[in-house]
Every structure is written in structure tokens, then in C-alpha cells.
Design a protein around this ligand. Structure first.
Ligand code: MEV
Length: 435
């Protein structure tokens, strides 16, 4: 059994690697070579990556792909996507091309409010707490003036501070519920710094003013942001849906809408439906250096806001018009965080023509909608496996260490044959036996 280690973070990078090799690996040299193989040869660049987190031993690559031909509000974009799943970028590109000829995507930001809370307990009378809060509220704003001045100069800052009584849900529990505008910054550090300053002032003043005991439990932003919303949509007359793989547009529109309606009422389907949406969203969020865990948590909470997990996209067919849209909360930044540090994030943002946070919200929502369109289109027509396995073919070939010559032959073979794992294995074996 491996032994516990203290002071690991203080070891040098090579000492850390040596400890891992000694503790876990039988073929130490192979493991060392692998770790080193993924180091960047540019030492400065490697150091930058080393310093993003603690205990970095090497880099973990994901492919960065691009999906061109996205027309959003009449402007063309090539969208960067960092993702490992083989069919995602191909599906996004296909959906972009499909809608390029049908008016493109329309997107708009509905609201941009962010939220943070100071959670505290109070043992006294609520009316007394309420009048104390009203009297101390201006001091809360002034306690953060140093933190907020730059943000305010740019037009953002603290929007409001509310006292919320949660004691019905949990004994003695209250909140300062604070709303913020953080413009192009994701704002996590700004919000958390403001909250901690509120908490300190609030507690200090309470000590001298209130009879009841007031204890701050914690101060933290919320990743649930139902008022930081973006909407994206596509629409066209049903007849215009006709294409290479849609021969009967009326039937296609009807089945497509049914599939979306199923995801609206059936949580088992909604989770997978929304997972497909997140394939697109997370890939762009990651490529642009944003926090995909925050986005995931907020989006899924929003999908459950009516008490039952449901679809993030919706579809209507009215007067011969097919309409498909998404509405989601997204907190994104295009300044601060990794945006100016990670070279590939800078590259991605430049490719998107240096978007504002609002622009990026629209682009990300469109990527989610496009991904969902591609998935539901496949599911309700050919089935998902045809396209999915075609894209997965290369992974299977690589698993079997197929040579370039074998790859060419087998890709050709599977242009006209159904790809399944066993069919590929059989074809490789047959090819190797004959050559
Ligand atoms: C696979 O990553 C995503 C899908 O399952 C999404 C869906 O079912 O809508 C294809």
C-alpha cells in the first residue's frame, strides 16, 4: 500500500515525479519518458503551464478543433472547440453549414446579472435584524469602494444588496443576497472579495448593535445565475428544411419537434439531450479559458427550475415555420482569469475577433444549439451510430496501431460498410492476414 506523504507540494517537479515513479510504477523509465514526452520544449511556456495549478507534473492534451461557417446575427464565425469526443466538431460544422443557407443563427443576451451571498445565522428578532441591515447597508457599499472603483468606472459594480430570511428553511438562517454586474469579467474574484468585505463589516457592526448573536457561516458567489441569460435560435419555412438527408421536410419537422417535446417532459431523455448540448457548450467554454464546471452547474440547475429536469431547447411549428431555440444561463469572461495567460485561449479569442462577454455568451449558446440540432437530426433520421461510428473509426484503428496504409484501406472499406467495433476488428485482421 502506498504510504502517505507530507510536504509533497514543497518537492521540486522532478522529486515529485520520482516519488510517483517509486510509489506506483513498475516500469519506471517508461512512465518517466511518457511524462517528459508531454512537456513543452519551450521552457518558458512549460513554466507558465506548471504554474496554473499546484503539483503539475506534465501536460494533458485535448485536441483543439474548429467549426467554421457559423453565421450568428449575420456575421460569420469559426468557432474553436477543445474536446475529445470524435463526432462533436464534425456535427457542429455540419449544423453550421445547414443553417448558413437558411438565415443563420440569431442570438441575444437577455440579462447579465451575477449573484453572491453571505450566509449567516442570527438568533434574535427578525425586525431588529431588518432595521439593522437597512442602517448598515450604505456602510456595506462603502466597505467595498476600493474593490469596486475600477469596475464602476467601466459601468459595472454592485447592483443591490438584499436581506433574505431563510429561517423557515433552516433554523436562524439568513442571507445577504447580492447582485452584481461584472461586464467582460467572469467576476468570481471580484464578487468573492466584495462578499468577504460585506461579511466583515456586517459582523463588526452587528457586534455593537444587535442583541442576538450573528455568525457568518460563509461568503461565496452563486453559480446559479437565472438572470444571466442568453437566447439563440434558428428558424425557416418547413419546406426549406429539405436537403440531402431530409427528403420529407414535413415529417422531419414533426419528428424533430416530438423529440424535443419528449426531452421537455421526460428527465431520462432530457439529461442525454442536454448532455449533447453541453458537448458544444463545454468545448467552446474550455477553448476560451472559461470555467466549464461553473457553466455546467448553473445550466443544469436552470434546467430543473420548474421542479423537474427538462430540455434546455424548445421547438415550435407554426404557420409552416420551423423554429428551434435555446435559452440558458451563462457566466463567461473575456478578460481576466486564463484569458490573457493561456496562449491557446488568446488564440481562440482572437479567432472569435476578441468578443465581449456578451458576444461570447451568444457564440457559446449557438454552439450548444447547433450541437443539439445535429444530434436530434441524426437521432430522428439515420440514427446516431452511423455518423458517430464513422468518426470513431479512427480511434479504433489507432487502438490497433493501424499503419497509414491500413488506415487508408479501411477508411475506404467503411465508406460503404457499417462501422461497429467488431466489424473493424474483423476487417483489420482480414487485411493483415492477406498482406
Ligand atoms: C453524445 O455525446 C450526445 C448524444 O447522446 C446527444 C443526444 O442524445 O441528444 C448524441
Amino acid at each position: 500500500m502506498p504510504h502517505a506523504i507530507s510536504g509533497f507540494s514543497k518537492l521540486s517537479k522532478s522529486e515529485k515525479i520520482q516519488w510517483l515513479l517509486d510509489t506506483y510504477f513498475s516500469d519506471k523509465e517508461a512512465a518517466r519518458t511518457l511524462v517528459k514526452q508531454y512537456w513543452n520544449t519551450d521552457e518558458k511556456l512549460q513554466k507558465l503551464h506548471d504554474e496554473f495549478i499546484e503539483n503539475t507534473i506534465t501536460n494533458f492534451y485535448l485536441p483543439l478543433g474548429v467549426a467554421p461557417n457559423f453565421k450568428i446575427n449575420d456575421k460569420l464565425f469559426t468557432i474553436p472547440m477543445a474536446i475529445e469526443e470524435s463526432s462533436v466538431v464534425a456535427a457542429a460544422s455540419k449544423a453550421a453549414k445547414f443553417w448558413l443557407d437558411r438565415g443563420g443563427f440569431k442570438a441575444k443576451v437577455i440579462s447579465t446579472e451575477k449573484i453572491g451571498q453571505v450566509h449567516f445565522t442570527y438568533s434574535g428578532d427578525f425586525d431588529e435584524l431588518h432595521s439593522f441591515f437597512e442602517s448598515v447597508k450604505p456602510r456595506l457599499f462603502s466597505a467595498t469602494s476600493d474593490i469596486t472603483k475600477n469596475m464602476e468606472r467601466r459601468g459595472g459594480g454592485i447592483l443591490d444588496i438584499e436581506l433574505r430570511n431563510k429561517s423557515q428553511d433552516l433554523g436562524d438562517y439568513y442571507q445577504l443576497h447580492v447582485t452584481f454586474e461584472t461586464l467582460d469579467a467572469m467576476g468570481a474574484n471580484f464578487i468573492n472579495s466584495c462578499l468577504e468585505a460585506f461579511a466583515k463589516t456586517f459582523k463588526d457592526k452587528a457586534k455593537h448593535t444587535l442583541d442576538g448573536d450573528l455568525e457568518v457561516v460563509m461568503s461565496i458567489l452563486s453559480n446559479y445565475v437565472p438572470n444571466c441569460l442568453v437566447k439563440a435560435e434558428v428558424s425557416c419555412p418547413i419546406s426549406e428544411l429539405k436537403s440531402k438527408d431530409i427528403s420529407n421536410p414535413e415529417l422531419f419537422a414533426k419528428k424533430f419537434k416530438q423529440a424535443v417535446n419528449i426531452a421537455e417532459v421526460e428527465p431520462y431523455r432530457a439529461v442525454t439531450h442536454n448532455k449533447g448540448i453541453m458537448n458544444g457548450i463545454d468545448a467552446v467554454v474550455l477553448a476560451t479559458g472559461n470555467d466549464f464546471r461553473a457553466v455546467e452547474a448553473g445550466v443544469h440547475a436552470y434546467a430543473s427550475r420548474h421542479g423537474k429536469y427538462s430540455s434546455l431547447t424548445h421547438c415550435s411549428i407554426e404557420d409552416g415555420l420551423f423554429k428551434f431555440w435555446i435559452e440558458i444561463p451563462l457566466v463567461l469572461g473575456t478578460v481576466g482569469g486564463l484569458t490573457s495567460l493561456h496562449p491557446l485561449v488568446k488564440f481562440s479569442l482572437e479567432m472569435l475577433e476578441k468578443p465581449s462577454a456578451k458576444d461570447l455568451m451568444q457564440i457559446v449558446a449557438v454552439a450548444g444549439l447547433a450541437q443539439n440540432f445535429a444530434a436530434v437530426k441524426s437521432l430522428t433520421t439515420t440514427g446516431i451510430q452511423e455518423g458517430h461510428m464513422k468518426m470513431h473509426l479512427m480511434n479504433i484503428l489507432n487502438q490497433f496501431e493501424a499503419t497509414p496504409k491500413e488506415k487508408t484501406a479501411l477508411i475506404e472499406h467503411f465508406k460503404t460498410n457499417v462501422v461497429t467495433h467488431s466489424a473493424v476488428v474483423e476487417a483489420i485482421e482480414k487485411l493483415r492476414k492477406t498482406s
